[in-house]
Design a protein around this ligand. Structure first.
Ligand code: AMP
Ligand code: MG
Length: 344
């Protein structure tokens, strides 16, 4: 199969992408979070192709993307007031809400659950494609299963060229990490995955929020995950990732001491000087956490190389978007964290 390359700037792109989706094909779409691998979310055969292309386990649910916030009513029922408040405040935007699924949503999209994740993405091209397609678009991140997410059309082609119908190139994703996921089927609502909308922002609107254990800790092997997707390995390059946390100078001493051929360092721009002999790759500025979220998956993908055996990674501290970066890096590292020195 030839994968069509459709630039967002081309006036025919939205019509062409919508037609492929209507006909049951796969189109990678740009969003403000990461690129998604999209199919008609109401067509089980189309959705099945996503799982095959990604090598994704069937019980890992997909997020249903809508063109307009009010369309959540087409695919969910028993929608609590909190969902309307969040939609009003954060949609279009990087927030996914888990709601009870209407029967129209196939089991293949929900991974067999009674709930569905719905999001209205903040990308004009993609919302226009969904509108023209006339169907909600089920789309997980467009990376191969277990691999770091795709934040450019080139990343998508690297993973799927010749295996999907088209990719729409909308440039580099602004946020760079996947959407925040909030489960609104329980009270208080539960944060299942941090992302571009921060827990602080949600708390400000709802006045309540709990954080699921899987956000901060590795689940025990026999523990039942709240969302099936959480039990799977995520974001992993081929090398072992080890987070070295703590004071800047002490971390640098540790890494420089243990650094061996085949190792790489993923650090903040402010620290490059400290790793002159350790092949450092900066993924953003520590003082600008949004640059870290935007650059995280570029760096993890660049370091996804069989010649690299181990990656020492520096991880930002604190809340806001840094919290989402911590979550992704900890998952990439399988929660392997070495704390050096005192707190900063
Ligand atoms: P991805 O877009 O690849 O990040 O995958 C979507 C993720 O959204 C899944 O792995 C789940 O963690 C989450 N998700 C989607 N639908 C649901 C749902 N109904 N309940 C809980 N989590 C969900
Ligand atoms: Mg994913």
């Amino acid at each position: 199969m030839k994968t069509l390359y459709l630039p967002a700037s081309d006036p025919n792109t939205c019509d062409a992408a919508a037609k492929i989706l209507r006909e049951g094909g796969l189109v990678a779409i740009p969003t403000e979070t990461v690129y998604g691998l999209g199919a008609n979310g109401l067509d089980p055969e189309a959705v099945a192709k996503i799982f095959v292309a990604k090598g994704r386990p069937n019980d890992n649910p997909l997020i249903l993307h809508v063109a307009d916030p009010i369309q959540m009513e087409d695919f969910a029922y028993d929608i609590p007031a909190a969902a309307y408040l969040l939609a009003e405040k954060f949609w279009p935007g990087p927030l996914t809400m888990i709601l009870p699924a209407k029967p129209i949503v196939p089991k293949s999209t929900t991974g067999g659950l009674k709930t569905v994740g719905i999001r209205c993405p903040d990308n004009d091209t993609t919302r226009e494609i969904i509108r023209l397609a006339g169907v909600p678009v089920a789309a997980p991140s467009a990376n191969l299963s277990k691999k770091p997410s795709t934040v450019t059309a080139q990343h998508v082609l690297h993973d799927h060229d010749g295996k999907i119908d088209a990719v729409v190139d909308g440039g580099h994703c602004r946020v760079g990490v996947e959407s925040t996921i909030v489960d609104l089927t329980e009270r208080p609502p539960r944060l299942l995955r941090p992302g571009g909308i921060t827990p602080e922002q949600i708390f400000e609107v709802l006045g309540e929020l709990t954080v699921d254990k899987s956000v901060t800790q590795e689940l025990d092997p026999d523990e039942i995950a709240k969302a099936p997707g959480m039990k799977y390995i995520h974001y992993t390059p081929q090398a072992d990732v080890v987070i070295i946390s703590g004071d800047r100078e002490q971390a640098a001493d540790y890494i420089n001491h243990f650094f061996e051929p085949g190792d790489r360092v993923m650090c903040f721009e402010e620290e490059l000087e400290l790793y002159r002999n350790c092949a450092p790759l900066a993924y953003g500025r520590e003082a600008d956490p949004e640059s870290l979220s935007a650059g995280l998956f570029d760096a993890l993908r660049e370091l996804d190389d069989p010649a690299i055996k181990r990656i020492f990674a520096r991880c930002p501290e604190g809340g806001g978007i840094a919290y989402a970066v911590q979550n992704r890096l900890k998952k990439a590292a399988g929660f392997h964290i070495i704390r050096v020195g005192g707190a900063k």
